[in-house]
Ligand binder design. Sequence first.
Ligand code: ATP
Length: 256
Amino acid sequence: MLTSAAESLLASAAEPLLAVGALQSGYGKIRVLHGIDFRMSAGEVVALLGPNGAGKTTMLRALSGLLPVSSGHVRFDGRDITNATPREAARAGLVHVIEGHRVFTQISVTDNLLLAGYDLPRSERAGRVEEALSFFPEIAEKRHERGGALSGGQQQMLTVAQGLVRRPRLLMLDEPSAGLSPVLVDRVLNVIAQLRKQGTAVLLVEQLLEKALAAADRVYALVQGNIVLEASTAEANLPQRLERAYFGHESHALTP
Ligand code: ATP
């Protein structure tokens, strides 16, 4: 008899939660992603790393339907979601917390969260809002205040909470630490650890290398629109390997 851990391992080997093959995308005629192969299992935390302008944000946008996929495929939870709309992707369980997204400052924290779950069954919405707030005690305390009454960092965490209202199977976070104080960065990382424990996968774009490596099970490095490194965070010398990958040496070993 298999243990549940072994069963989930087998299930993820059979069909990963996210399977991206030969993905190309960009802006109009400008191609940014040159054939990305990428996989994630259920409950896995993966950091997508790479220098500025490598295409990390572009990749998240292409996965969540904000940018057209010009070729290749995106399969999520056993379904083809290539070129699905953002709403369809979110309904399938793939939720993208957009970098620099702003909350509505004139309505309450609770209403911001209710709006994020506008298309959920009415009977479930209040419960989902409470569930999302349970990750962020400081925000829960201010649930009746206007979004604009929160600090910048708290507003940023509210955008993560908005993503959680949808109870994602995969949450994609684009530089969640940007502009946050060290205490709030740790809070966000702690939320990622909690999500992982409950089986929610997280794809994290993050500039803080050390923090990203501590939070993630695996990393991919993206350089000039190509994946040049894929590794478990348990591997030795990973920061050095990443640095080499960024500067082009490791990519030769990885490109078939
Ligand atoms: P950063 O860490 O700086 O956010 P990134 O890895 O997320 O970088 P992207 O923002 O995906 O990189 O940008 C990849 C490339 O696409 C860059 O060359 C950028 O100039 C270009 N790009 C980004 N947004 C647009 C746009 N709206 N129109 C045209 N080109 C764009």
